[in-house]
Design a protein. Structure first.
Length: 246
């Protein structure tokens, strides 16, 4: 079922944004600092209420759903998550089962495995690196087996090998029908791995479409104010930014 926003506005943060996101795809949300990416993701997760416009999942208005039902449908990973208590990795990941009210071990084991955390599952959170912590929080989302995975900069703290492994995993999730929405600053990752890109500028939608269109150098110049060039072949593109002239 689609996850859609229709003409949503929120104070000075979002203005008239409409988009119907499709399951089975990776949608990237890109844009400069302060453009409204995290705000939009929080709205899509039902955590922020808009001033006007509607947010729907399938035919349901998102905020009409009981919180537990919403949490079973949408798994949300905030930017810079923190663990409230210093518990073991496995216990944090198992919290992902809370919306289901069960302690099913298989999805927890699968999420640990997917994020390469099995060997660390008994390790307390305080004894992890930043990237290992980030992977643990994402594993918690995966353990909930949501219909939608919304993640704010999930790749930022990861090394290149773990980035690729995680993207591979999210692609498999999308192939099995899960909707995946990622806030990404790295435009090359968005270009190479997203099916669709929403570009936000100053709280409004500046582009929406296939990555090669939405992240065209003209859009980047207009929205980020930077002159760029894409190098490489499709699927392996790298973005070169030209420093401003003297
Ligand atoms: N709780 C809040 N109350 C009011 N304004 C906020 C709040 N949080 C963020 N903002 C403002 O809303 C705008 C959008 O913020 P948001 O965090 O969505 O941007 P972003 O695109 O995710 O930025 P970044 O790339 O820096 O993470 C910014 O101008 C920010 O200052």
């Amino acid at each position: 079922m689609t996850l859609s926003v229709n003409a949503i506005s929120l104070a000075a943060r979002l203005s008239g944004v409409s988009a119907a996101l499709q399951p089975g795809q990776i949608t990237a949300i890109c844009g400069p600092n302060g453009a409204g990416k995290s705000t939009l993701l929080s709205v899509l997760a039902g955590l922020l209420v808009v001033d006007s416009g509607t947010v729907q999942i399938g035919d349901d208005t998102l905020n009409d759903l009981p919180p537990k039902v919403r949490a079973r449908r949408i798994g949300y990973l905030p930017q810079n998550g923190e663990a409230a208590w210093d518990v073991a990795v496995r216990n944090v990941v198992a919290l992902g089962r809370m919306p289901h009210g069960d302690m099913a071990e298989r999805p927890v084991d699968a999420a640990l495995e997917a994020l390469n955390l099995t060997a660390l599952s008994d390790r307390p959170m305080s004894r992890l690196s930043g990237g290992e912590r980030a992977r643990t929080f994402l594993a918690r989302v995966l353990a909930g087996q949501p219909q939608w995975i919304l993640a704010d900069e999930p790749l930022a703290a990861l090394d290149i090998a773990h980035q690729l492994a995680l993207i591979g995993h999210l692609k498999r999730e999308a192939l099995s029908g899960t909707g995946v929405v990622l806030v990404l600053h790295d435009l090359s990752l968005a270009m190479n791995h997203a099916d669709r890109v929403l570009v936000l500028g100053n709280g409004a939608l500046a582009a929406d479409g296939a990555p090669q269109n939405a992240l065209d150098t003209g859009v980047i110049e207009r929205v980020w104010g930077v002159s760029t060039e894409w190098l490489g072949k499709p699927g392996e593109r790298a973005l070169i930014a030209r420093p401003p002239g003297p």
